[in-house]
Every structure is written in C-alpha cells, then in structure tokens.
Write a protein that binds this ligand. Structure first.
Ligand code: ADP
Length: 342
C-alpha cells in the first residue's frame, strides 16, 4: 500500500533522527551533520540513501542498517555506498573566484601533510585552469591507463611523493575545454572514481572557482569530508566566499574553514604590512561560524616556485608561508586524528 503524501515528511524526519544517532567514531559527530548521508528518499515503506564515506568508514553502513531496522514501518533500507577506493579522507579546496591562490594552497598543503607522514594525492578538477601539474613540475607528463577487473583505470603521476591527477591531462593540450556543461561534470565525477590512487590518507580536490554547476556536481557526487575555502582579504573576494559557504551548506557538505591568502607582506624588518586590507578573513569566519584556518603572507617565492614546479613548502621550509602550511596541516591531522600516520 502506498503511503499518503502527508505521511512522507514525518517519516523523513523520523529517519533523519535515527540517522543522527549514528556517530562517526573519530570525529565524534553524527553522520548527518558530517554530510555523509545524501539523496535520502522514502518510497512506500522503503528507505533509499547514499552514504559518502572514506575507505576506512564502510562499517557505518551496518550501523545504519541496524539503526533503521528499528523503524516498524520500514521494510528494507537500500544504501548506495559512495567511496573513492583506497582513499580515507577527501577534502575539497575551493574559492569564490579565480586567482586567489586556491591551487597554490592545494599543492603546498599537500606537501605539508606529506611532510607529517601522510600519504597524499591531489586531484586537479579545475576545468577552467588546471595548473596543478605545472605547479608540481609535471606539465609534460603523459597519463597511463591500465586495465583492471573493474575496467580501465588512470594511473596518477607522482611528484615529490604526491600522487597527482588532473582533468587537464585528459584533454588535448590545445583543446583543454573541449567538454562543457553537464557532460563535463559527469566526466569529472566518473574520472574521480576511475583513478587508481592506491592507499591514500588524504585526497585534496582542487575545485573550479565559484559556485556554479561544476562545483555543485563534483561536491555532491564525491565523498568529501570537508571544504577548505581560500580567499584574499578584499571585500569583493569575501562576498564570493559568503556565496560559496552558503552553497556548500545547502548541499550538506561541511565547511572546515577559511584560509586567507595574500594576507600581508613581510618587509625587510619582518614587519607585516597589510596590502589588501586587514581582518576581513577573521570577520567573515566569525560571521559564518567557521574557523580561520590560516593567514598566508604574500611571498614572491610562491609565484616563482609555482611557475617552475618547485612548491615553496618544499624548497623554503623556513619561510612564514611554509610555517603556516605546516600549522594548517597539523590542524587538519588533529581534526581527523591522523597523527598515527607519523
Ligand atoms: P587560483 O588557483 O585561485 O586561480 P593560483 O594558486 O593559481 O590561484 O594563484 C594565482 C597566482 O598568484 C599564481 O601565480 C601564484 O603563484 C600567485 N600566488 C598565490 N598566492 C600567492 C602568495 N601568497 N604570494 C605571492 N604569490 C601568490
């Protein structure tokens, strides 16, 4: 028998309440707040949902089954498990607009996480400017495809011990944006699943800038544990961040915090000089109830290092920039309690 329209909303609420009792053990937070449950649908007496998890969290599936089996009306629960094989923690690096240092942040944070002993991969999904390979000195490299039992898989490239895959490497050099619209988003999402990452503690996904369909699709279709939002201190960049935070919250993906890039410049006497205004990142973080994860100074060596494929976090560990990346990597490891990888 089909339930009436009116019965659906209370049942939905009831299911959500039950799901909220399932806790992710490391983060000690419920799976709904962590954005792990999406596409919840109740059809007649059947529950359908997608569970987005890291490769180490698949047992949550059994807990959901047993929790929902206590609902007397529920005949069966269908869980579609969404996981990137071998990947524990997937983080997205995003920005409201281009040119604020999103890719720079992804690359140097990857290095800093790896320096703490974690196995790290970077997926460059920035279709508008896939520059991660260049920043890691891999622009001329060719991607290998291997045949596996599950079909064809792309082998990531490796730079400084970090596994790297880029949408830019898939396209012809002269036609990097050959695909557009929904086809493109579908290809990217599929692509994320089809890379043979091996075992990774962290996969950082460098998203395209902005809050359009491309970002929403990638974020919704991937098991992203949280988003790091990169901005510069100017008001106009901050307005874009506000929009981004709202977008991620709407689709239920947690925003871990804001990273303010080009925050200040250290002069000859090591005095910080604010060039683009001061305090914007902190004010915004407070307003949006999120954390300011770090403030990265302007340093010309970021630029030269990025252009030549030598990330500053690796080549100049003594700089303030590298210190900030190490601090942020430490904070991330603390959040996900991963120092055991050391
Ligand atoms: P996005 O990915 O947001 O488009 P990029 O990471 O490509 O931005 O950075 C844009 C440019 O700004 C690059 O040339 C990069 O080297 C430079 N850049 C980024 N952050 C800094 C910084 N803190 N100091 C100096 N140059 C920077």
């Amino acid at each position: 028998m089909s339930i009436s329209e009116h019965a659906i909303a209370p049942r939905q609420q009831e299911v959500i309440q039950h799901l909220k009792q399932v806790m992710e053990p490391t983060l000690q937070t419920d799976i709904v707040s962590l954005g792990m449950v999406r596409n919840l649908r109740i059809v007649d007496d059947y529950i359908y949902l997608r569970l987005y998890v890291g490769s180490h969290q698949q047992e949550l599936q059994d807990q959901i089954q047993s929790k929902l089996s206590t609902l007397d009306w529920c005949k069966k629960v269908y869980i579609q498990l969404c996981v990137i094989p071998g990947v524990k923690i997937t983080l997205a690096v995003s920005s409201g607009k281009g040119g604020v240092g999103k890719s720079t942040t992804a690359v140097n944070l990857a290095i800093a996480l790896q320096q703490q002993g974690a196995k790290v991969g970077v997926l460059d999904a920035d279709v508008y400017g896939p520059n991660i390979p260049q920043m890691l000195g891999l622009s001329q490299a060719a991607v290998q495809v291997i045949d596996t039992d599950q079909g064809q898989r792309f082998m990531p490239l490796v730079a400084y011990g970090i596994k790297v895959m880029s949408v830019g490497l898939l396209a012809e050099p002269d036609h990097p944006l050959a695909w557009r619209g929904p086809v493109l988003h579908k290809i990217i999402t599929q692509f994320i699943q089809e890379v043979d990452w091996g075992e990774l503690d962290y996969l950082l996904i460098d998203l395209p800038p902005g809050t359009g369909d491309a970002q929403i699709t990638i974020v919704q279709e991937s098991p992203i544990c949280g988003v790091l939002l990169v901005t510069t201190p100017q008001q106009v960049a901050l307005a874009d961040v506000r929009r981004s935070v709202q977008m991620f919250r709407r689709v239920g993906v947690p925003v871990l915090g804001i990273i303010e890039n080009m925050s200040y410049f250290l002069n000859d006497t090591n005095t910080p000089i604010s060039i683009f205004g001061r305090g914007g990142g902190q004010e915004l973080a407070t307003e949006l109830h999120t954390a300011l994860l770090g403030q990265i100074p302007i340093d010309p060596r970021i630029c030269t290092g990025g252009d030549s494929g030598n990330p500053i976090a690796l080549t100049h560990p003594e700089t303030m920039v590298s210190q900030v990346f190490r601090q942020m990597a430490g904070a991330i490891a603390n959040t996900f309690q991963t120092p055991k990888f050391l």
